[in-house]
Design a protein around this ligand. Structure first.
Ligand SMILES: Cc1cc2nc3c(=O)[nH]c(=O)nc-3n(C[C@H](O)[C@H](O)[C@H](O)COP(=O)(O)OP(=O)(O)OC[C@H]3O[C@@H](n4cnc5c(N)ncnc54)[C@H](O)[C@@H]3O)c2cc1C
Length: 399
């Protein structure tokens, strides 16, 4: 079987990796591999810290994918000869002041209700664990099991394994015969055919002609990378997240000394970096860890998270020759092992019986249709999935 994967972010690359393990031939197409949302991501693998009220179908998926990470990272590292920078030094979710502590207690109640084990600790105990924390930190929730990786190292490692089959071009349309996708086309009229096509183009997944109008929303995030002076290194030992005047902020510490300070969350359609957002991140970050103002800024990146109306991914068939795997929103790095394996198995006809119960339905593209999802093509052969949205509550994001 030959499969075309459109989009080489972490989801497309993980899908390609799993397809190869299943014995499929793979062609990956992307004009700028690894430069989408994955390039911005902080790399927190933090199912408990990501708990938000009302998202219970997401928790089993996040938990399952977090458990898949150590073996996924080890297998890719052995094939690529380069690792992901996987660390398991945990997360401290800190309260900037007493009012934030109240919000943190509510968050912990949600985490406990979702089945995660966390510990509420005092500000002094938090400073014992992370001496760089500000004296004003009023308390913290400790999540010892959280992991993190460097998403840029992940794309480099995965690309080195699959690079021989990577085409640096932009797909403009799906090619359909008899209502079934048989390949993809480019702006100059060139075409490539395959047995299956998987669209993993992140926030641009529905801009390809012939794709259904998926209910994707672009949630822009600005994020900074910093380096502490030698005298202050390591500034932090794990991930510090927190609430400052109710605003979420995080600082992720990498094993090579890099710090990632993020992230804004905007749906204003502005692709460029927002000066106000950068100012607020530095302001809120230094309220938790004053030493970040002594660091050098090495990078500022702005990218769009591929959001869905219910914050769950969108994975499933568009027609008999085409699948979509997108909508990973602020969890795409965490969900990459699960999403990659799921997309690869659906494309090759393997039953994903390992998925948590209800997992397939919770991510189905058909869940946004007023009518039950049908794989029947419309008269023009262009779209099998309608995009009538259910009213949903949108949540504030931190990652
Ligand atoms: C600031 C920020 C911080 C984040 N932090 C975290 C975090 O800590 N943990 C976490 O789990 N998630 C995090 N996320 C979310 C995560 O980055 C995304 O969910 C994830 O990267 C989505 O991966 P993707 O492969 O679907 O999309 P992308 O990485 O955007 O990749 C899509 C690819 O498709 C290509 N493409 C687009 N259109 C076409 C086309 N027509 N033809 C060919 N190729 C095309 C693009 O060039 C791109 O390379 C963060 C996101 C942001 C913005």
């Amino acid at each position: 079987m030959h499969v075309i994967v459109v989009g080489a972010g972490i989801i497309g690359l993980s899908t390609a990796w799993h397809l190869r393990r299943l014995g499929a031939g793979v062609t990956i197409i992307d004009p700028a591999p690894g430069q989408g949302a994955t390039h911005a991501a902080a790399g927190m693998l933090a199912p408990a810290a990501e708990v938000v009220w009302g998202q219970s179908p997401l928790y089993p998926l996040m938990r399952a994918s977090a458990q898949m990470y150590p073996s996924f990272a080890a297998e890719v590292a052995s094939a690529a000869g380069a690792d992901f920078g996987l660390t398991d030094s945990g997360t401290l979710v800190c309260a900037g002041d007493r009012a934030d502590l109240q919000a943190l207690r509510q968050l912990r109640t949600a985490q406990t209700a979702a089945g995660f084990t966390t510990e509420l600790i005092t500000g002094s105990r938090a400073r014992e664990l992370e001496p760089a924390l500000s004296p004003s930190v009023a308390g913290a929730v400790r999540i010892p099991d959280d992991q993190s990786i460097d998403p840029r190292r992940v794309t480099t490692a995965l690309l080195s394994v699959v690079s021989a089959t990577t085409v640096r071009r932009q797909v403009t349309r799906l090619i359909r015969r008899g209502g079934i996708t048989v390949g993809v086309g480019f702006s100059d009229g060139d075409e490539l055919t395959a047995d299956q096509v998987i669209i993993t183009a992140g926030a641009e997944a529905d801009s390809i002609t012939g794709m259904p109008a998926l209910p994707l929303r672009k949630v822009w995030g600005d994020v900074l990378r910093l380096r502490a002076p030698a005298a202050l290194t390591p500034l932090l030992h794990g991930t510090v997240r927190g609430l400052v005047n109710g605003r979420p902020v995080y600082i992720v510490a990498r094993d090579d000394g890099e710090l990632v300070l993020g992230a804004s969350s905007r749906e204003d359609g502005r692709e460029g970096t927002d000066a106000g957002a950068v100012h607020r991140l530095l302001q809120d970050g230094q309220r938790l860890v004053p030493g970040i103002l002594d660091c050098e800024i090495t990078d500022i990146t702005t990218r769009a998270r591929p959001g869905s109306p219910d914050d769950l991914p969108i994975v499933g068939r568009i027609d008999d020759g085409c699948l979509v795997s997108t909508g990973y929103f602020r969890h795409g790095i965490l969900l990459a092992p699960l999403g990659g394996r799921l997309g690869a198995e659906l494309a090759t006809g393997v039953s994903p019986d390992w998925l948590p119960a209800g997992g397939l339905d919770s991510v189905s593209p058909g869940r946004f249709s007023a009518e039950p999802h049908s794989a029947e093509p419309s008269a023009d052969g262009s779209s099998a999935v309608s995009s009538v949205l259910h009213p949903t509550t949108l949540h504030r994001s931190t990652s």
